[in-house]
Design a binder for this molecule. Structure first.
Ligand SMILES: NC(=O)c1ccc[n+]([C@@H]2O[C@H](COP(=O)([O-])OP(=O)(O)OC[C@H]3O[C@@H](n4cnc5c(N)ncnc54)[C@H](OP(=O)(O)O)[C@@H]3O)[C@@H](O)[C@H]2O)c1
Length: 340
């Protein structure tokens, strides 16, 4: 016997990727419902070799469904996730709405799988921000060995992290640069994204940082250890899929770069590609469609007693969203619901 699974936001980037990954990983599905807004009613989406027709999230009855993977943004999540949870359907949510709620576990299965048992307080589990998910997969095994004191991270985030309209904006602006008769003014972003980089993701906060930067700080503390200090600069770059991060780590204990490389090679969810030669590192286009978080450029930071630098790349629609959500569904099934 398998699970009755709902995908809310099935017409979006993350929703479609969740369907792909459920099929690829042969998640034990008995029945699946795909939901979106009323305007997408009847839109077809693919699940393995099947074609499914989307239903309206607004009128859907969650009673009798085991779990609902939500990828609809915070406003729609606020309206519909509690309905699912009250109906007894466990929500695995991709938005930021519940991530900082003390009664909702925030889970990256390679890092804090034990947190799944906290799901029952609200019947909701939160999925972290895409830039946090890949970073904590890399940090946790190093923290276990040498205790991280401080992290300085700069991100290079792809446009797919802003949804399907942002992908269109980069595509249309790129074409318009070669065909200047068309003008494609910024709409999703505040400035031109084609052939440019924008040091601004999510809203500005009072201290001058952005909400995306704050999320990396707050979520790393909740998932790994509240004592870790994080400072982040989050930048949008003209890449379709795949987030990259330059991470500087200061440890309490000395950690040699070779030992760090060995630790990361053995760590779950990580693929080390670090050859110290031309092309001996991973770039975002190479990580698209992959499950792993790729680590390259591991090296000592000679300006610190106990410091390392590394380069971390992952498919933001996968580890940053859909894959992590499906891994949480697998964890919930294995540890709690025990069907399939
Ligand atoms: N992309 C990433 O890297 C990433 C990473 C982590 C988390 N997330 C989060 O995942 C969520 C979805 O992101 P995305 O990139 O997939 O966005 P997207 O491509 O814009 O898709 C949004 C989806 O939500 C549906 N939706 C929106 N408002 C709705 C409403 N009121 N009622 C019903 N359905 C509604 C849309 O349906 P229609 O097609 O009918 O409009 C669509 O299926 C967001 O919360 C985002 O923050 C994304």
């Amino acid at each position: 016997m398998g699970y009755r699974v709902v995908i809310a936001g099935a017409t979006g980037n993350v929703g479609r990727e969740m369907l792909n990954i459920l099929a690829e990983r042969q998640f034990p599905v008995d029945e699946i419902a795909v939901l979106a807004s009323r305007k997408s009613l009847g839109t077809e989406v693919t699940f393995g070799d099947k074609t499914l027709t989307t239903q309206d999230l607004d009128t859907f009855d969650f009673a009798g469904w085991d779990m609902a993977l939500f990828a609809v943004g915070s406003d729609a999540t606020k309206k519909y996730a509690p309905k699912a949870a009250v109906a007894g359907c466990v929500v695995i949510d991709n938005s930021s709405l519940y991530r900082y709620d003390h009664d909702v576990p925030l889970i990256v299965p390679e890092v804090n799988p034990q947190a799944v048992h906290g799901y029952a307080k609200k019947n909701i589990i939160a999925n972290p921000n895409c830039s946090t998910a890949q970073m904590v997969v890399a940090l946790k095994p190093l923290h276990d060995r040498a205790k991280i004191k401080r992290v300085v991270v700069s991100t290079y985030q792809s446009v797919s992290g802003s949804g399907k309209d942002a992908i269109d904006e980069l595509w249309d602006q790129t074409k318009a640069v070669y065909n200047p008769t068309q003008d494609v003014p910024p709409s999703v972003y505040t400035k031109q994204i084609a052939f440019n980089v924008i040091p601004h993701i999510d809203v500005f906060l009072d201290d001058g940082s952005t909400k995306e930067e704050w999320k990396m700080v707050a979520e790393t503390k909740k998932i790994i250890d509240p004592s870790i200090k994080v400072t982040a600069t989050c930048v949008r770059v003209p890449v379709f899929v795949g987030h990259s991060e330059a991470i500087n780590i200061e440890f309490e204990d000395f950690l040699d770069e070779d030992e760090a490389r060995d630790i990361l090679r053995e760590a779950p969810g990580i693929m080390v590609i670090d050859k110290r030669e031309d092309g001996g590192y991973v770039t975002p286009v190479e990580c698209v469609g992959d499950f792993a978080t790729f680590i390259s450029r591991i090296r000592q930071d000679s300006t610190l007693d106990n410091g390392l630098n590394l380069w971390c790349v992952s498919d933001n629609l996968r580890k940053g969203a859909a894959l992590n959500a499906v891994q949480i569904a697998e964890l919930l099934g294995r540890e709690v619901l025990k069907k399939g």
